[in-house]
Design a protein around this ligand. Structure first.
Ligand SMILES: C[S@@+](CC[C@H](N)C(=O)[O-])C[C@H]1O[C@@H](n2cnc3c(N)ncnc32)[C@H](O)[C@@H]1O
Length: 408
């Protein structure tokens, strides 16, 4: 194994890995810019090498001690050793670099809005199971590392994780996977797959409103409820919901402010999940239609419409790409796709509809830049704002406002 001593990490790549460039390109996990390290090359392919740290000779001024005992193994956090304000700077710089390299536009990221809390922000965790243990996969070996605490999740979720771990440890039962979710209204949900006594599990968790075992709801309730501003939202097992309890409010507030200012009549909320954005903007527009592919999420959205006494929103179940050509004469289109971004058919339909404005919410800046490259033929990119939805990871949420070019 090739060993290189006393090398300095230059910067971080888009996945939070350290890069050394003066000896070919070497990616080094678990390092920060300006760390001085001894490394061993673990992979050598053409000009790209990967290495692991043998020793830290001098730690970076950006370094802090991680509070998480699992941080060197668990793939959930990438940045628990990077000072929080430097995490924000890193995310802003990475998106700015992508604008320059992929979009080639004269556009400056306006700001990155920090998470109100750096820890305990997540309202959901999904853990893997193996035999009697729950945990996350080791980022290097892919083995299960049993964990019973996580610094990123809500404290009640952390407590429930621990109790689930104890439940399986002490019984003749097996766990394959478990998802735990909790709202700010203190309603919790556990979704579990495994071999276990359903009634025993339900009795052990009387404080959990919804329990789903092997796709069967074993509690009276099938939804937990969340409150965002003055509206309430039911969330069921298979529905998406934004994961950061605070940043979701900051993100949606920016969209509401934008809509309030512009006086739109007709709007589309594409990839609408439980209908949150459509219902939150409904007070300020004439009509909104939401489109979403997950049937349970659309059922939640319909319930949420009734729950909040809203009459000017419709929801359509199906794929955006299959329904978009049904719409014309639209003022505003909001898109919030999964990481893969928008497909070709969707982008073609967007070009046909030519709404006055598009709001693009993205959780992957690379696919966002690819899509903006296509959309910029018709649209000016007016503003880009980042939200730190996922502190201590390299992920970032982007909100982008577009307007139809004047000459079109
Ligand atoms: C990032 S989430 C956004 C949800 C919602 N806007 C929110 O803020 O809660 C993306 C959503 O798109 C849905 N989805 C994925 N592919 C889709 C498609 N081709 N057509 C419609 N919906 C899709 C997912 O089920 C998910 O609910």
């Amino acid at each position: 194994m090739e060993i290189i001593k006393d090398v300095k990490i230059e910067k971080l790549d888009h996945f939070g890995r350290g890069i050394i460039r003066d000896k070919g390109i070497i990616f080094v996990d678990d390092t920060l810019p300006e760390d001085v390290v001894d490394i061993a090359i673990t992979k050598d392919k053409k000009n790209l090498k990967e290495a692991k740290v043998l020793a830290y000779k001098k730690r970076s001024p950006l370094y802090r001690e991680s509070l998480c005992p699992y941080h060197l193994h668990c793939g959930g956090c990438h940045f628990s050793e990077l000072l929080y304000e430097k995490q924000l700077l890193y995310k802003k710089e990475k998106v700015q670099e992508l604008i320059e390299h992929m979009l080639k536009e004269n556009l400056v990221v306006k700001e990155i809005i920090p998470s109100r809390e750096e820890y305990h922000y997540r309202n959901k965790i999904t853990l893997h199971g193996k035999d009697k243990k729950i945990g996350l996969y080791d980022k290097k070996s892919n083995d299960l590392i049993p964990i019973s605490h996580c610094l990123l999740v809500d404290k009640k979720i952390d407590e429930l994780m621990n109790r689930v771990a104890v439940f399986f440890r002490d019984r003749d039962a097996l766990v394959y996977d478990v998802m735990i979710r909790k709202t700010t209204l203190e309603e919790a949900m556990i979704v579990i797959h495994g071999r276990l006594d359903y009634e025993e599990f339900r009795k052990e968790f009387p404080d959990v409103k919804v329990i789903v075992i092997n796709d069967q709801i074993v509690t009276r309730d099938s939804h937990i409820k969340e409150k965002l501003f003055d509206k309430e939202f039911y969330i069921s097992n298979r529905s998406f919901f934004q994961v950061n309890r605070w940043t979701v409010l900051d993100l949606y507030q920016k969209i509401i402010d934008y809509v309030k200012d512009k006086h739109f009549n007709t709007c589309l909320d594409l990839y609408c999940g439980t209908g949150t954005i459509a219902l939150l903007i409904s007070d300020f527009v004439q009509k909104v239609v939401g489109v979403e592919v997950v049937a349970e999420a659309i059922a939640d959205a319909e319930e949420n419409k009734k729950l909040n006494g809203i009459f000017n929103v419709d929801f359509v179940l199906g794929k955006v790409e299959d329904h978009l050509n049904e719409f014309d004469d639209i003022d505003l289109i909001i898109v919030d796709p999964p990481r893969e971004g928008l497909d070709k058919k969707t982008k073609n339909s967007l070009s046909d509809i030519r709404a006055k404005n598009i709001v693009y919410v993205s959780c992957d800046p690379v696919t966002l830049m690819r899509d903006l490259n296509d959309l910029k033929k018709l649209y000016d990119i007016d503003e880009m704002i980042l939200f730190d939805m996922f502190p201590n990871t390299y992920h970032v949420e982007t909100l982008c406002f577009l307007s139809l070019k004047k000459e079109i």
